[in-house]
Design a protein around this ligand. Structure first.
Ligand code: SF4
Length: 287
């Protein structure tokens, strides 16, 4: 599939690195198996979910600096945390709040793409195995449909009524399409590339509920490790060896990085009544 102008919504730098590389090098494939080739790619940063503001600025600054170093066409939209709060107010539980979060971000990205004559939209969110890819795809499709001039229902990014949004859309050579691309095979490499480059990697998805949930889950993991530890790490004692099996310190190579999401949706959601927190943008051990 050849597209002229592809807008890629970017959630953070760790998720951007390999997603963009794959797309720019022509190695991206839609979930339907269609290769994607884009003449122009614009990265779009719109993440009103991130809180507090200092965290938003830290992630945003890292992303802007990375794009500038790489010579990537990048646009940051206004930070609108109040819109995220309004969108999720009715349901702050996972997955309800996450669906609204995706809808808000992809809706705004679709509006920008349509207004700038782009013919395709995608997102880095799907690089994270801890995000809910089906919901992302559904909300991405809805977002581009809402921007079609014939069915513009006004996912309004500038406070304008739907009729004005429709009339402000630059007519593209082809209708705006949402491209559902699974970047998740690059997740670990992208996270590692960010760390190797000294780029900030967050330890929670983005919203304040996800921050609290990630902290609780890390505390639970620490408590579980402490409970199973026979050694006394606090005093520098070596782990106790039971036969050939060490039951003391956790093998560092097996330990989740601090920003790793606590649990995998795909692997654990069905087994747990309470879905894990999606960690976006770079999975906690994120995104
Ligand atoms: S957990 Fe992540 S995807 Fe879900 S609402 Fe919070 S920021 Fe959005």
């Amino acid at each position: 599939m050849r597209v002229e102008h592809l807008v890629m919504h970017a959630c953070c730098t760790p998720c951007t690195i390999k997603s963009y590389e794959r797309l720019a090098s022509g190695r991206a494939i839609t979930r339907e198996g269609e290769p994607v080739s884009a003449s122009r790619i614009t990265l779009l940063y719109y993440n009103p979910n991130i809180a507090p503001a200092e965290e938003y600025e830290r992630r945003r600054d890292a992303w802007v600096a990375y794009c500038a170093r790489q010579g990537i066409e990048a646009v940051e939209l206004e930070y609108e945390p109040q819109l995220w709060e309004e969108a999720t107010a009715a349901d702050l539980q996972v997955p309800g709040r996450c669906r609204q979060c995706y809808a808000l971000r992809l809706g705004r990205a679709a509006a920008w793409a349509a207004q700038h004559g782009a013919d395709a939209l995608t997102t880095t969110l799907t690089i994270s195995p801890y995000q809910m890819s089906e919901l992302i795809a559904e909300e991405g499709q809805k977002a581009v449909l809402a921007m079609s001039p014939s069915s513009c229902v006004g996912r309004d990014d500038l406070g304008a009524p739907p009729s004005q949004i429709a009339s402000s859309i630059t007519a593209p050579a082809a209708p705006l399409r949402y491209l559902d691309i699974d970047f998740s095979s690059d997740y670990r490499a992208s996270q590692n590339a960010a760390r190797a480059a000294g780029i900030y990697v967050q330890n929670y998805c983005g919203c304040l509920p996800s921050k609290r949930e990630a902290e609780e889950q890390r505390a639970q993991r620490r408590a579980a490790r402490k409970k199973t530890s026979v050694g006394d790490d606090a005093l520098g004692m070596p782990p106790v060896e039971l036969g050939s099996t060490s039951v003391g310190r956790v093998d560092p190579s097996a330990e989740r990085p601090e920003n790793e999401p606590v649990a995998s949706f795909s692997a654990e959601q069905s087994a747990s009544p309470a879905p894990p927190v999606p960690t976006t943008e770079s999975a906690p051990d994120a995104h």
